[in-house]
Design a protein around this ligand. Structure first.
Ligand SMILES: C[S@@+](CC[C@H](N)C(=O)[O-])C[C@H]1O[C@@H](n2cnc3c(N)ncnc32)[C@H](O)[C@@H]1O
Length: 229
């Protein structure tokens, strides 16, 4: 399979295995807690769809899944991730229905879920096209996709943010996790990930309808939604 992302799946799994126990701490400190607000916003959007089933893909340490569980208490919520050490952290948050699975080959039947969410995960997948196709397969007709991920801001903030991303963040993250390579990779992956309209075009090409996005914090992150016909 042609790699569209900047890295191989085995390396991604190895990075997250190494930082799993400190992933949440690093996230909250490095974002100043804003990541929690972004997940809350994502969960609010999902709650508006009132789904009866949700797959949180690349669920990792389960922070989005836990926020979704609170926002949609009646929905069947399943979390899937291909990194067992990250799922171990999620299990400590009273999340059930956690499945070790690769997003490119999901162990679910066609049309299994009304909503599929993926936060800070699609960017890390070896094939964005392959992953979006697999998400399309497991979503039910009329189902909703929500992607939350980092982007690059436009205008005067761009160079400042670039400096933070490539120099400040890896330095601080190394102090917190002892793992520099994972955060060098993070910066590179954010630079190459399709942003805004480019991501919406990818969603259209993958067969989703009405793709749209909401920039968060000047475009440092964005929330994408689309519907599966
Ligand atoms: C940055 S973490 C995001 C975790 C969580 N969604 C959050 O919001 O904090 C990215 C997660 O994507 C997972 N991941 C990356 N590629 C994957 C794939 N192909 N299949 C399943 N999980 C994948 C990693 O194991 C990791 O747990």
């Amino acid at each position: 399979m042609a790699l569209e992302g900047s890295i191989q799946a085995n390396s991604v799994r190895a990075y997250f295995s190494k930082i799993a126990s400190r992933y949440d701490l690093a996230n909250h400190l490095l974002s100043g807690g804003i990541d929690a607000l972004w997940r809350l916003r994502a969960a609010q959007r999902v709650a508006e769809w009132a789904p009866s089933s949700i797959l949180d893909l690349a669920t990792g340490s389960g922070d989005l899944a836990r926020t979704l569980q609170r926002a949609c208490p009646k929905a069947l919520l399943v979390g899937a991730d291909f990194c067992e050490p990250m799922l171990q952290v999620a299990r400590g948050k009273r999340l059930h229905n956690l499945v070790v699975a690769d997003a490119l080959e999901l162990p679910f039947a066609d049309h299994s879920f009304e909503v599929l969410t993926v936060a800070f995960g699609l960017r890390n997948m070896a094939s964005w096209t392959g992953a979006l196709a697999e998400m399309h397969r497991v979503l039910s007709p009329g189902g909703h996709l929500l992607v939350l991920d980092f982007g690059m801001p436009k205008g005067p903030l761009l160079e400042l943010y670039r400096f933070y991303l490539h120099h400040v963040l890896p330095f601080l993250a190394t102090l917190l996790t002892g793992e520099r390579s994972a955060y060098d990779y993070l910066a590179d992956s954010i630079e190459t990930f399709p942003n805004g309209e480019a991501m919406c075009a990818r969603l259209s090409d993958a067969g989703y309808r009405e793709p749209c996005y909401e920039p968060l914090l000047g475009g440092i992150a964005a929330l994408y939604t689309a519907t599966r016909p």
